[in-house]
Design a protein around this ligand. Structure first.
Ligand code: AOF
Ligand code: ZN
Length: 387
């Protein structure tokens, strides 16, 4: 028999578990389940909210979700007013689950803490404190001052994982860097001279496209641009408009005007790291100046510059040299290692193998395994640096 001391609506006991069909769960467990659902909802707009984090808010009354909101494209409106709008009068006395502390500042919209208070919610659970100096516990304090109970750190670790890019960017000024590598069992990233030799199957490739959609920007070196002629867009059905900003490191002005990257600048922005290339005049390519060390782009400074432009998450897709440099310089926050099922050197006899800096079945030194998935015949493992 379930014992509930605090109900969703100012003491209406037991309603939480009855309505949600989660008898035998404690209120704390129920709260964590709703927060888990909010964290999953927030993932939908990851990479789509510009300099804002993708936050989600659920308004729960009597165990039923009556309002849902996730930070809108471009970062506004925030999650809370959207969820409250959906809930309408049902928000009165309900619990708000928010994956990040509600904001306390007057930006382009009024503070979400005030909006929650005005809506008359009976309780607010949040997953983590917002380190933005304009917020930083002020949102929680405002809500508590209005006499509304607040619980912080509900599913905090899971929420911080989802907010990692925002939190890292706030702390370091640099984007969160995910290095994606697809490695064949024979340790190759591809075959020189054979554009886009397939290491993985369609399921893993679809997942890689989803990763693109969830990042603010995607980056490759000019060598990969020349060898693979990739478009670097998200081509999943329904998510075509989620393609991130594309960045090519091209210190030697080698990017060609006929490349797919340049040909698609009318649809998706392309930023070249390097000196402006007269051959690309009028194509819509944008440039960012870079510092050179021994003729190569200084990566820490580049990350600082990208961070200063508000880029919070960066997916690096190649090539081998850029990957090796990022790893050697300790600039990788997450390694996404796709391991293909079939050796590629056997399936094609032309071309020379491009060796991966990381073997498909190994954990790079200084990293720890954080996740493992299977996509068709292929496997994806993620690694993060040890603290
Ligand atoms: C919330 N709910 O959904 C989000 C929040 O420029 P502004 O006014 O939109 O403020 C941006 C800041 O708002 C951002 O740095 C972060 O502190 C917070 N994001 N807050 O209450 C939301 N996305
Ligand atoms: Zn807000």
């Amino acid at each position: 028999m379930l014992q509930v001391t605090t109900g969703e609506a100012g003491g209406r006991s037991c309603a939480v578990a009855r309505g949600s069909g989660m008898a035998d769960m404690t209120l704390g467990e129920t709260g964590r389940r709703f927060m888990g659902a909010a964290i999953r909802l927030a993932r939908r707009h990851e990479g789509w909210t510009a300099t804002n984090p993708s936050v989600a808010c659920l308004i729960v009354r009597d165990g039923v979700i009556v309002g849902r909101g996730v930070t809108a494209r471009g970062g506004r409106p925030h999650a809370e007013p959207l969820a409250l709008e959906e809930a309408g009068e049902l928000a009165r006395g309900a619990t708000a689950y928010v994956t990040l502390e509600p904001c306390a500042h007057h930006g382009r919209t009024p503070p979400c803490a005030e909006t929650l208070i005005a809506a008359g919610v009976g309780r607010v659970d949040t997953a983590t404190v917002d380190p933005d100096p304009r917020v930083d516990e002020r949102g929680h304090a405002m809500i508590r001052q209005a006499g509304i109970p607040v619980e912080v750190d509900v599913e905090g670790a899971a929420a911080r994982e989802g907010l990692a890019a925002y939190l890292v960017h706030k702390r370091t000024g640099r984007p969160f860097v995910t290095l994606k590598l697809a490695v064949s069992p024979d340790g190759l990233l591809g075959l020189a001279g054979i554009a886009q030799a397939s290491v993985t199957g369609p399921e893993a490739r679809a997942q890689a496209h989803l990763m693109r959609a969830r990042h603010h920007a995607i980056m490759i070196g000019a060598g990969t641009a020349a060898a693979d002629d990739p478009e670097l867009t998200c081509r999943l059905a329904g998510l075509e408009d989620r393609s991130p900003l594309r960045i090519v490191i091209d210190a030697r002005q080698s990017l060609g005007s006929a490349s797919r990257l340049v040909a698609s600048t009318d649809r998706v922005r392309l930023l070249v790291v390097g000196p402006p290339n007269p051959g690309l005049a009028g194509t819509g390519v944008e440039y960012i100046a870079c510092e050179l060390v021994d003729g190569r782009v200084a990566l820490p400074e580049l990350l600082d510059d990208l961070g200063a432009r508000g880029i919070q998450s960066l997916l690096v897709e190649g090539g081998a040299r850029l990957a090796a440099s990022l790893l050697a310089e300790g600039l990788v926050d997450r390694l996404a290692l796709f391991a293909g099922a079939r050796p590629i050197s056997l399936s094609l006899n032309a071309g020379q193998g491009i060796a991966s800096p990381v073997r498909a079945d190994s954990c790079p030194p200084g990293f720890r395994l954080t996740g493992e998935w299977k996509f068709g015949e292929d496997r994806l493992r993620t690694f993060e640096p040890m603290e």
